[in-house]
Design a protein around this ligand. Structure first.
Ligand code: GDP
Ligand code: MG
Length: 439
């Protein structure tokens, strides 16, 4: 799987501080293979690799994880973001809200229509199902049977009627009989063809659906881009239902379709039964595509450990009274790095405590950047012995770092406060207590 593969790529790089272009290049080859194996369409893979490369090169590697794990984390975060970040529910307007189901033949439109009906019924909605599929002889009957199982109404079948007539009748009946939602199940084709599109356009213009859901088989590999772009360009879908994820599809189609349409994946089909429809979760899908669910949590844990190590190291230094402005700077850098990784911050108990202790100093990237600039503008001697920093030195440092003397004063005061605090704690019970406080 991907993480062991990446592990091999990075074994020889252990201990390097920053991801170089070469390191990332090797890793990207592995990720490319993994994504193709997961059935992500090639153009989508290319885009993806390009943006991950940009994010990863130059990224600092956390101390107690391997560069490989670091890359995996970057890849996973980016993938999650592309897949939509959060779940996306149906948007249904005032009744009767119309949902139009479109897709290729056999993609799971009829089944998914019934599954959605069950879901909506459980939400106390009154649902009407109508089949516009006059292509296959038994299609309308199939939906009628499923509607019974779903315990919702279906539009009575009138033989010989064309899709537009059925649509008209369904709309009338939905209005007249006070249905909350009308689900229109349409015919598919084995391949995209013009007559199908024309039929769908006519139905769409008549029914003015609030949701147009593209139903697609998760096993659709490289063809996913074609299918999604054709349907989306012609009839503007509002969301995607990905079926057959109960099988061994790796889910690459999810990424391809999402990328091509820019529309959210709303539901996934997890079986043939009518209750087998789940809300789509981007994070689960990211793990599925890369086949690495555990790695990510492992990386997050490692990040916590790093922080604990760092906090304890800092505690030692403070206690010995040797906490220089250089140490302060490395602490600020660590905080900045954590903050920059987004989300991890909240999971770091040590940092959270420090944050509170530093009082007025907000852990804000901009402020931290300024603080680091101030320390950088000092001479080595000043950093090790801040007592010598008088008025004229302060003015010089402020100028050099593009800040005000007041900023320099504030930073020096913070540094002093941290030292004082440590002295007090040393009196109160020593390092043991301090460690408890930091963790
Ligand atoms: P349609 O032609 O698009 O209407 O497709 P159908 O809804 O008739 O589904 C075709 C076949 O796929 C049926 O045998 C369904 O039971 C099956 N199917 C649909 N969705 C799923 C799913 O999520 N998982 C599995 N395993 N089978 C599904
Ligand atoms: Mg069907």
């Amino acid at each position: 799987n991907l993480s062991t593969r990446l592990g091999k790529v990075f074994d020889r790089l252990k201990g390097k501080g920053v991801l170089s272009e070469g390191d990332v290049g090797d890793a990207m080859r592995e990720i490319r293979v993994a994504m193709l194996e997961a059935d992500v369409a090639l153009p989508v893979v290319k885009d993806f690799i390009a943006s991950v490369r940009e994010k990863a090169v130059g990224q600092e590697v956390l101390r107690s994880i391997t560069p490989g794990q670091m890359v995996v984390k970057i890849v996973n975060d980016h993938l999650r973001e592309l897949l939509g970040g959060a779940t996306s529910e149906l948007k249904l307007a005032s009744p009767p809200a119309v949902i139009l189901m479109v897709g290729l033949q056999g993609s799971g439109k009829t089944t998914s229509s019934a599954k959605l009906a069950v879901r909506l019924r459980k939400d106390r909605k009154k649902v009407l199902l109508a089949s516009l599929d006059v292509q296959r002889p038994a299609a309308q009957k199939q939906l009628e049977v499923l509607a019974q199982q779903a315990q919702v109404d279906s539009l009575p079948i009138v033989n010989g009627q064309q899709p537009l007539d059925i649509t008209r009748r369904a709309l009338e009946s939905a209005r007249r009989e006070g249905f909350d939602v009308l689900i229109l199940d349409t015919a598919g084709r084995l391949h995209i063809d013009e007559s199908l599109m024309v039929e769908l356009l006519q139905v769409r213009d008549l029914a003015k659906p609030h949701e147009t859901l593209l139903v697609a088989d998760a096993l659709t590999g490289q063809d996913a881009v074609n299918v999604a772009s054709h349907f989306h360009e012609r009839i503007a879908v509002t969301g995607i239902v990905l079926t057959r994820l109960d099988g061994d599809a790796r889910g690459g189609a999810a990424l391809s379709m999402r990328q091509v349409t820019g529309r959210p994946i709303k539901f996934v089909g997890m079986g043939e039964k009518l209750d087998a429809l789940e809300v789509f979760h981007p994070d689960r899908m990211a793990g599925r595509i890369l086949g690495m669910g555990d790695v990510v949590s492992l990386v997050e844990k490692a990040a916590e450990i790093v922080d604990k190590d760092e906090a304890e190291r800092l505690a030692d230094k403070l206690q010995r009274g040797s906490f220089s402005l250089e140490d302060f700077k490395s602490q600020l850098l660590q905080v900045k790095k954590m903050g920059g990784m987004g989300g991890i911050m909240g999971k770091l108990p040590g940092i959270a405590k420090l944050k509170a202790q530093m009082g007025e100093a907000k852990i804000d990237e901009k402020i931290i950047g300024r603080q680091i600039a101030i320390i950088d503008s000092m001479t080595k001697i000043e950093r090790r012995n801040p007592k010598i920093i008088d008025g004229s030195r302060r003015r010089r440092i402020a100028k050099g770092s593009g800040t005000d003397v007041a900023d320099v004063n504030r930073l020096l005061k913070q540094h002093r406060q941290m030292q004082d605090m440590m002295k007090q704690m040393k009196k109160a019970g020593g390092l043991g207590n301090l460690k408890n406080l930091l963790s």
